[in-house]
Design a protein around this ligand. Structure first.
Ligand SMILES: [Zn+2]
Ligand SMILES: [Zn+2]
Length: 403
């Protein structure tokens, strides 16, 4: 079967490169993937798949039914949105949309998803169960997965697979991660209310800017002194605003930031911990404050059995040398985690590194993926899907008589 999948993928590769270049030249921002979605739906329909459009606003779902001996549904998720970045790659197929660029490789993901659908559609008569392709919008704003779930895209799904390109892994290699792959990412907003006054008479005012400085410093110090250092927390205040004139003591400051963590217990406790510190500092200096902590996306925690299945499929397909076990998670975030609240799953990293180009990182205006990785992604996903029906055990049947 592996040889058949590889041969099919080789035949499809020129077409897949065309698809990828078309998508790359026509990027669309999060939640506005209308042309991309129509294009994806067109390709899926041409394969004979049953297609649902406008799932999760601009998402697309394709159903590839097997012969039905196994009731489980395996989902394969790829994302479609681009970023508000002006492309500087100089490629012939660079973005034709001013100020919008596929700088996170979601054009590669969409292409790999379509390629996998092409391969599995041809194997459909041999697949015991259904593969459901989720083409998701709005990953960059961490909304699309939630929209898809809300619209029922995960109904009856038993397991889900996903991938993300990664420029620091050489093209045609893969990164497999057991356990946490990405961090939980939450939003933090703090309003500090002091009392305005003359810049020369601090004793008659409550300086919200000085108190904001204390809040930021205390939070950073408290991470190092009160959080378990083996359970990382990153708190970044990325915005600060307040004050009206150089010689007027500011009465109001707004701080906004992002909070990243890996351990579920730490994640659970963060809002109360931050509230206590901020309230304490503000109270000490005579100000009042409001802390708004908004949960973003949880950490992606890969399912051990499915991850092992992907690893074995990848090693069989490419050899051990091209399959790295990633020693560390990332503190980046990925809304794939929202699917994992519905069903176990696993996400791997697809190497697209171009050492000849200096490997610009994701979200960089010169980011460029090595297209050789498309076939690597397609074969790995298609073969992992094939192996899923053969090797991943069904959950234990309940006993017939109560124990
Ligand atoms: Zn991104
Ligand atoms: Zn991305």
């Amino acid at each position: 079967m592996l040889t058949q999948i590889k041969d099919l993928t080789t035949q499809l590769t020129p077409r897949l490169i065309e698809i990828r270049r078309h998508l790359h030249a026509h990027p669309e921002l999060s939640g506005q993937e209308y042309q991309t979605a129509a294009y994806v739906a067109g390709v899926l329909s041409s394969l004979g798949l049953q297609v649902e459009e406008a799932v999760g606003k601009t998402g697309v779902v394709g159903h590839c039914p097997g012969v039905g001996t196994d009731q489980r549904v395996l989902a394969i998720r790829t994302d479609m949105d681009a970023l508000p970045i002006t492309e500087r790659t100089g490629l012939a197929y660079a973005s034709r949309q001013p100020g919008v660029m596929h700088a996170c490789g979601h054009d590669m993901h969409t292409t790999v998803g379509l390629g996998t659908a092409m391969v599995l559609a041809q194997l459909g008569a041999k697949l015991p169960g259904t593969v459901r392709f989720l083409f998701q919008p709005a990953e960059e704003i961490a909304q699309g997965a939630g929209w898809m779930v809300q619209d029922g895209a995960m109904r009856d799904v038993s397991h889900i697979l996903g991938l993300h390109v990664f420029p620091s892994i050489p093209a045609r290699s893969l990164g497999i991660r057991y356990g946490a792959l990405t961090a939980a990412a939450d939003d933090l907003e703090i309003f500090i209310q002091g009392e305005s006054g003359h810049g020369a008479r601090p004793h008659e005012a409550t300086d919200a800017i000085w108190i904001a400085a204390q809040v930021i410093t205390t939070l950073q110090q408290a991470i190092s002194r009160t959080q378990n250092p083996l359970r990382p927390v990153v708190l970044t205040i990325g915005q600060i605003s307040g004050g009206r004139a150089p010689n007027v003591i500011a009465d109001q400051v707004r701080l906004a930031g992002t909070v990243r963590s890996l351990h579920p217990e730490t994640h659970e406790n963060l809002p109360a911990w931050i509230e206590t510190i901020v309230q304490g500092v503000c109270h000490t200096h005579g100000a009042t404050c409001e802390v708004n902590y908004r949960r973003g996306v949880p950490s992606v925690q890969n399912d051990p059995a499915l991850t092992q299945l992907v690893e074995q499929a990848a090693v069989e397909a490419w050899g051990r040398d091209r399959v790295q076990i990633l020693p560390e998670p990332s503190l980046g975030a990925e809304d794939f985690s929202l699917y994992l609240q519905e069903a176990p799953g696993s996400m791997f990293r697809l190497g697209v590194g171009r050492p000849d180009q200096g490997n610009p990182p994701l979200h960089h205006p010169e980011f460029e993926a090595d297209e050789g990785a498309i076939a690597t992604g397609v074969v790995t996903l298609a073969y992992a899907a094939w192996q899923y029906w053969q090797h991943l055990k069904r959950p234990e049947e309940p006993p017939l008589t109560p124990a």
